[in-house]
Design a protein around this ligand. Structure first.
Ligand code: ZN
Length: 577
C-alpha cells in the first residue's frame, strides 16, 4: 500500500505508471462490487460473442453472393485488370464452374468500381456490396446485422455507465490522447467544414470532365451516380497525372534509400547508424541471409539496435511492420538496450541492384518511424518505455511523421539517385507524384470523416436505440459532411466491422487524429528547416524519448508551443484553399 505522501514524492514517470495501472483496474471492472461486478463480466462476455457474430454475418453475406459471367459474356469484364479477372476465373474454377464469378470481397469490389467499363455491372456489384448483412436481400436476411448492432450499442452504453462514464465514447477516450468527447467531435466537425468545399470541387471536376467526354451518360440527370464516381475519377486521374511506377523506381536503388534514411535520422537526432559486420566475433545471428543488423550510437555510446528484413520471399508474412525484440529497461544486471525488428516486403533484386517503388520507400520510412519510437526512448521502466502505453490515437504519429521526408525535395536529395545516371528525383516528377497523391483528396477526406463522426456520435447516444435511430445518426452526419449521397438502399453501417466487430468503436477518429499530429509536427520542421537539429532534439525529447511515460497532449504542446492544429494536414494534402 502506497500512502499519499509517498505517491507525491515519486517522479512523474513513476506516478504515471501507478496512474495507468489504477485506470486499467477501473476499466477492467475490478473496482465494481456485487451485482455490478457480475453484470460487468456478463456484458463483456456477451459483447465478445455478439461482435464475433457481427463479423461472421458480414463474412457469410459476402460469401453468399457471386455474380456469374459466362465465357460468352466476357466482354462485360472489359477494363478490369488481368490479375482481378484471373481471380474471378479461379473463383469459378473452385466452384466447379466455367467462366467467372465476381464476389463482393474488398479487392473484387474495388476492382469493379474503379475499372469495369460496364456501367450495369458496376451498379450490380455496388448494390450487392452496400446491402451486405442487411434485410434488403431476400435470400440472406438471416445475416442481417441490425439486431446485433442494437444489442451491441445498448450493452456498450450499460458498460460505460457501470464504470461511471456518461457514454461509451467517454469510456473509449479514457486511455487515449484526446481527452474529451467535445474535443473529438469539434476536431472532426472542423476538418469536415474545411474539407467539404474541396470535396465539392473534386466532385464537380470529375462530373464536368465526364460530361464533356461522355455526354450520353447525363440523359436524365445532372449528377454522376455513386457507382460512376470512382470509375471516372480514375480515368481523369490517368489522363492528368500519369506517373509511371517503373520510371520512379529507377531513382530508388536500395543502398541509396537506406543510406539516405539513416542520414535523415542522423541529421534530425544526431545519432549514427552502423551495420554490424556479418562475420567476426561480434556478429549477430540472423534468420535469413537477406536480414541485416544495425547498431545505433549516440556519440560513442551504443543506445539501440535493429534487424532489417527488407525483401519479400516465400513463406514470409505479408505487409510491413515494426516489432519489439527487446525493450529498454533497467535490470539487476544494468540497462537493457532496445532492439527492434523492421520488416518490409519489397521486391528483391532480380539481377544487380534492388529498386524500390516510392510506395516501398514510404513504407520503409513509416516502419522506421515506429522503430525510432521504440529505440530512442530514454525511459528505464518497461511498462512505459518505447511504444508501451502510448495511446492508440498517438502511436502512428512518429511513423507518419517520417513519411513526410519522402515527399520533400530536400529529403529526396538524400534518398534518391537514378541507378544509372545518379541523378536525384527531379522537381517535375515530384510535383506529378504529389498531384497524383492529392487527387480527389477532398472526397477521400470527407468519407473518412463521415465514418469517424458517425462512429463517435453513435457511441455518445444514450437511451433507447434501434435500427432507425442508428440510421438517423448516419443521415445527420451525411447531411453535414458527405458530398456523395448514397441511394436509400445503402446500409454501410451493417458491415462496419471496425466499430461493431473490432476494437475501433468510438476510436475510428484515431486515423485522422494521427495524420493531423504528424503533419503538424512536420510543419514545425518545414518552418525551421527540415533538418534543423534543435527542432529534431525537441521532437526527440518531447515525443520520441518519453514513450508512454507522459501525457501526450501536454508533450505535443511542449513540442509545438500550442495544441495540435489541423492546418498543416490540410495544406499537405491539398485541402487548404
Ligand atoms: Zn504504422
Amino acid at each position: 500500500v502506497l500512502k499519499t505522501n509517498q505517491y507525491d514524492s515519486l517522479g512523474t514517470t513513476e506516478r504515471r505508471i501507478i496512474d495507468s495501472a489504477l485506470l486499467e483496474c477501473k476499466l477492467s471492472g475490478i473496482a465494481l462490487e456485487g451485482v455490478n461486478r457480475a453484470r460487468f463480466s456478463e456484458i463483456k462476455q456477451q459483447l465478445a460473442k455478439l461482435e464475433a457474430q457481427f463479423n461472421e454475418n458480414v463474412m457469410d453475406a459476402t460469401q453468399a453472393f457471386s455474380l456469374e459471367i459466362t465465357e460468352k459474356e466476357k466482354a462485360r469484364l472489359a477494363g478490369i485488370p488481368d490479375s482481378s479477372v484471373a481471380n474471378f476465373q479461379r473463383k469459378a474454377e473452385s466452384k466447379g464452374k466455367q467462366g467467372y464469378l465476381i464476389g463482393i470481397d474488398g479487392p473484387s469490389f474495388l476492382a469493379v468500381m474503379t475499372h469495369a467499363d460496364d456501367r450495369e455491372l458496376r451498379a450490380q456489384i455496388y448494390k450487392a456490396f452496400q446491402t451486405r448483412a442487411t434485410n434488403q436481400v431476400e435470400e440472406t436476411t438471416k445475416f442481417d446485422n441490425t439486431p446485433l448492432m442494437v444489442e451491441i450499442l445498448t450493452l456498450k452504453q450499460e458498460l460505460a455507465q457501470l464504470l461511471g462514464f456518461n457514454n461509451y465514447s467517454e469510456l473509449s477516450l479514457a486511455k487515449k490522447m484526446a481527452n474529451d468527447t467535445t474535443v473529438v467531435v469539434k476536431f472532426l466537425e472542423d476538418l469536415a467544414a474545411r474539407a467539404k468545399p474541396i470535396a465539392v470541387k473534386d466532385l464537380s471536376a470529375i462530373t464536368d470532365w465526364t460530361k464533356e467526354k461522355y455526354p450520353e451518360l447525363f440523359d436524365n440527370n445532372d449528377t454522376l451516380l455513386p457507382w460512376d464516381v470512382a470509375y471516372y475519377a480514375n480515368k481523369l486521374k490517368e489522363e492528368r497525372y500519369q506517373v509511371s511506377e517503373q520510371i520512379v523506381k529507377e531513382f530508388f536503388p536500395v543502398d541509396k534509400v537506406l543510406s539516405g534514411l539513416f542520414a535523415v535520422a542522423e541529421r534530425l537526432y544526431g545519432i549514427t547508424i552502423k551495420e554490424r559486420s556479418a562475420s567476426g566475433k561480434d556478429r549477430v545471428e540472423v534468420w535469413h541471409p537477406d536480414v541485416k543488423f544495425y547498431d545505433i550510437f549516440n556519440g560513442d555510446r551504443l543506445i539501440a539496435g535493429f534487424y532489417l528484413d527488407l525483401y519479400a520471399r516465400e513463406n514470409k508474412r505479408g505487409g510491413a511492420w515494426m516489432d519489439e525484440c527487446i525493450c529498454r529497461m533497467q535490470t539487476a544486471e544494468g540497462l537493457q538496450l532496445p532492439i527492434a525488428y523492421l520488416n518490409c516486403n519489397s521486391e528483391p533484386a532480380v539481377a544487380g541492384t534492388a529498386l524500390l517503388t516510392h510506395t516501398n520507400v514510404v513504407t520503409l520510412f513509416h516502419e522506421f518511424g515506429h522503430g525510432l519510437h521504440h529505440m530512442l526512448t530514454n525511459v528505464d521502466y518497461l511498462t512505459v518505455s518505447g511504444i508501451n502505453e502510448v495511446p492508440w490515437d498517438a502511436v502512428e504519429l512518429p511513423s507518419q511523421f517520417m513519411e513526410f521526408f519522402c515527399w520533400e525535395e530536400e529529403g529526396l536529395k538524400l534518398i534518391s539517385a537514378h541507378y544509372q545516371s545518379g541523378e536525384t528525383l527531379g522537381e517535375e516528377l515530384l510535383q506529378n507524384m504529389l498531384a497524383a497523391r492529392n487527387f480527389n483528396a477532398g472526397i477521400q477526406a470527407v468519407r473518412q470523416i463521415e465514418f469517424a463522426l458517425f462512429d463517435f456520435r453513435l457511441h455518445m447516444v444514450t437511451g433507447n436505440i434501434d435500427g432507425d435511430s442508428i440510421q438517423a445518426v448516419l443521415d445527420q452526419v451525411r447531411t453535414e459532411v458527405a458530398v456523395i449521397v448514397p441511394p436509400e438502399f445503402v446500409r454501410f453501417q451493417n458491415s462496419f466491422t471496425h466499430i461493431f466487430g473490432g476494437g475501433y468503436s468510438a476510436g475510428y477518429y484515431s486515423y485522422k487524429w494521427a495524420e493531423v499530429l504528424a503533419a503538424d509536427a512536420f510543419s514545425k520542421f518545414a518552418e525551421k528547416g527540415i533538418f534543423n537539429r534543435t527542432t529534431g532534439d525537441e521532437f526527440l525529447q518531447n515525443i520520441l524519448a518519453v514513450g508512454g511515460s507522459r501525457d501526450l497532449m501536454e508533450q505535443f504542446a511542449l513540442f509545438r508551443g500550442r495544441a495540435p492544429s489541423i492546418d498543416a494536414l490540410l495544406k499537405y494534402t491539398g485541402l487548404s484553399q
